[in-house]
Write a protein that binds this ligand. Structure first.
Ligand code: PMP
Length: 296
């Protein structure tokens, strides 16, 4: 699904066949989860293939690497240039791009000089499916920001996400919504969360969540559309039975939520602010309406 015999990846300065790539079985990242990564999308637009918010993603990758004491020798501009080449070499237009920075052999708990850089991409449909999601409040909390850098995209953090999504699916839901260590709603396992009440949108403040690039795009769109959007802490009880709710993320884009803990949201999705933002978002990315598509 992710690669075949012809797939080309970028690995430590070289273009290689994906199935020829060798990584150390003693990689610290494989044993302890100390790598950092990104998830980026490109879209086919009337102006050609464009990577959406490449700069923001690669800035976050470099930020995450710094937090994990990993030295990365590529600039945001180099990464963007390499990513366009990667898409070209694999004949991809609408693609999901996965940069991964991972450590070399090191069985100690100290930073490692050897840092590997992998760029790969594949075609990926809508991450959270096309339907409306039934979501449960997870029994797992998001990691405490005093235990790790929650604002960094670190591979090991996704153990928490995997546990939460697996629990939700095993209980017959589509996805989980996780609380923070104080019992307020934080975010989904791989997406930020918004809900609508009486014409206003609410989302959790930064601090206990990944600062999503799609989340930031929602603020840009709301500003343009004159939609009031409020960052504040709220509980699951505040959300249940609200007018509407949705997840945002690069992979998920804007994904509608049908119910929380089986309590449905009041509005028909088509009539919700989320639906309006979903349509605006998809127009922006598909028609290159944003000025911030980076080209090098
Ligand atoms: N929260 C988490 C935990 C995520 O994994 C993601 C996906 N990167 C997001 C939020 C959304 O971030 P973005 O919009 O930058 O993709």
């Amino acid at each position: 699904m992710y690669y075949n015999n012809n797939t080309i990846v970028f690995y430590n300065g070289k273009w290689l066949k994906a199935n020829e790539l060798m990584v150390s079985p003693y990689s610290q990242t494989m044993h302890y989860g100390s790598g950092v990564f990104e998830g980026i999308r490109s879209y086919s637009t009337p102006d050609g293939t464009r990577i959406f918010k490449s700069e923001e993603h690669y800035e976050r990758l470099l930020f995450s690497a710094k937090k994990m004491h990993m030295k990365v020798n590529y600039s945001v501009e180099e990464f963007t240039r390499l990513t366009y080449l990667l898409l070209e070499k694999n004949n991809l237009e609408n693609a999901y791009i996965r940069p991964l920075v991972f450590a070399g052999a090191n069985m100690s708990l100290t930073p490692t000089d050897e840092v590997n850089v992998l760029l790969c991409a594949w075609e990926w449909g809508k991450y959270l499916g096309n339907g409306s999601l039934d979501v449960m409040i997870s029994s797992y909390q998001r990691p405490n920001p005093k235990s790790c850098y929650v604002e960094a995209k670190v591979t090991g953090h996704y153990v928490n996400s995997i546990l939460a999504t697996t629990e939700a699916k095993q209980k017959g839901f589509d996805e989980a919504l996780l609380l923070d260590m104080n019992g307020n709603v934080a975010e989904g396992p791989g997406a930020n969360f918004f809900f609508e009440k009486e014409g206003t949108l609410f989302t959790s403040p930064l601090g206990n969540i990944l600062p999503g690039i799609t989340r930031a795009t929602m603020f840009e769109l709301c500003e343009e559309l004159g939609i009031r959007i409020v960052e504040k802490y709220f509980t699951a009880e505040d959300v249940k039975g609200a007018d509407s709710a949705f997840f945002t993320g690069t992979a998920a884009e804007v994904a509608e939520i049908n119910s929380l803990d089986r309590v449905p949201f009041k509005l028909k999705w088509e009539d919700s602010l989320g639906s309006l933002l979903q349509r605006k978002y998809l127009r922006r990315v598909a028609f290159n309406e944003f000025g911030n598509f980076s080209l090098v």
